[in-house]
Design a protein around this ligand. Structure first.
Ligand code: NAD
Ligand code: UDP
Length: 328
């Protein structure tokens, strides 16, 4: 049986990847320190013989016994609110954590896929963003801790590929959503969902004219799978090119949730990218990938998930482990 290590396994994307690779018949070694993740996302896998979980901070040396065929490196805070609260952990997991995993990949002769992000394009001056664009990042701004960690992550991955011959893949993920996002992580979809369910006004930042392009999680997981199984080492964008302004998106949410919430405007956070849309022609050409789930369908499923959360979850304002980490 092939064995795959997934870091960030208790998080949103990581937990869906655990499900997918269990379905593919692999032995899944899940690793997470639960700083923004939750064991509830993977507890259904615990009884399986081909699943194991390790509570480990990957900024420390990573040991895995036995063979490892694949590594998916998804550990990192991913929401702007999260990485503002834990900036140093964010830099460390992108830099030290990635270094540890590349070392492990080299040792085990494993293929490793690194989760990068559209954030490496910063506030892009090229639209839509192709992989050839180098980006426009404010290194010292509040988002710099995430963006620069991810840019370093790409550099060190290419260095391990070129210098040590490690079999690497780099995915640039654009805004992805779906069930198991944390309601209080501050990202726009859980934020709007929580507000609609609690009967609060929807908070649009700035004038809401900034755009995003939202990809449903099943499409993203399929893109990750196809890239991993391809033989392409340079970065590939995976996302849904269907672009929308945040203001129009807020109106869609009001319609979807059938609520009569008002929209209120709050200041635009510093360096919030004004536009974002992936050019996915490379993924189409390389492994015939394109998204299948449209926003209406994906958002309806996501809303069903959030509606099913308990009252306690709905009103919890903070991740349960956050404060203990911040004090460290
Ligand atoms: P998430 O916060 O739900 O998951 C991240 C997981 O990583 C959490 O379970 C967290 O506990 C774990 N983690 C963080 N630091 C760790 C450490 N030092 N050691 C071990 N585990 C650690 O976020 P997500 O949306 O699932 O994002 C997963 C990955 O995908 C991240 O690398 C993120 O940068 C990337 N990504 C996500 C999106 C998106 O739209 N969801 C977009 C671009 C990139
Ligand atoms: N946003 C918003 N209201 C919120 C949360 C976010 O208007 O309550 C905006 C945010 O300013 C950004 C967009 O929604 O322009 C997407 O934000 P998110 O945090 O989901 O991710 P980003 O794409 O900025 O990393």
């Amino acid at each position: 049986m092939e064995r795959i290590l997934i870091t960030g396994a208790a998080g949103f994307l990581g937990s869906h990847l655990c499900d997918r690779f269990i379905k593919e018949g692999m032995h899944v070694i899940a690793m997470d320190n639960l700083i923004t993740g939750d064991l509830d996302n993977i507890k259904h896998l615990f009884p399986l013989e081909n699943f194991e979980f390790h509570n480990h901070d990957i900024t420390n040396f990573v040991h895995v016994s036995g063979t490892v065929d694949y590594i998916l490196h998804f550990a990192s805070p991913a929401s702007p609110i999260d990485y503002l609260k834990i900036p140093i952990q964010t830099l460390k997991v992108g830099a030290l954590g990635t270094h540890n995993l590349l070392g492990l990949a080299k040792e085990k002769k494993a293929r490793i896929l690194i989760a990068s992000t559209s954030e490496i394009y910063g506030d892009p001056l090229v639209h839509p963003q192709t992989e050839a664009y180098y980006g426009n990042v404010n290194t010292i701004g509040p988002r710099g801790v995430y963006d620069e960690a991810k840019r370093f992550q790409e550099s060190i991955t290419m260095a391990y590929h070129r210098f040590h011959g490690v079999d690497t893949r780099i995915i640039r993920i654009f805004n992805t959503y779906g069930p198991r996002m944390r309601l209080n992580d501050g990202r726009v979809i859980p934020a709007f969902m929580g507000q609609a369910l609690r009967g609060e006004d929807l908070t649009v930042f700035g004038e809401g004219l900034q755009t995003r392009s939202f990809c449903y999680v099943d499409d993203q997981v399929e893109g990750i799978y196809r890239l991993l199984m391809s033989d392409y080492n340079l970065p590939v964008n995976i996302g849904n090119p269907n672009e929308i302004t945040i203001l129009d998106f807020a109106k869609e949410i009001i319609k979807l949730t059938n609520s009569d919430q008002k929209i209120i405007f709050k200041p635009l956070p510093k360096d919030d990218p004004l536009q974002r849309q992936p050019d996915i022609s490379l993924a189409k050409k390389l492994f015939n990938w394109e998204p299948k789930v449209d926003r209406e369908q994906g958002m309806a499923t996501t809303y069903d998930y959030f509606k099913g959360l308990s009252e306690e979850e709905l009103y919890k304002s903070e991740h349960k482990n956050f404060m203990s980490y911040i004090k460290k």
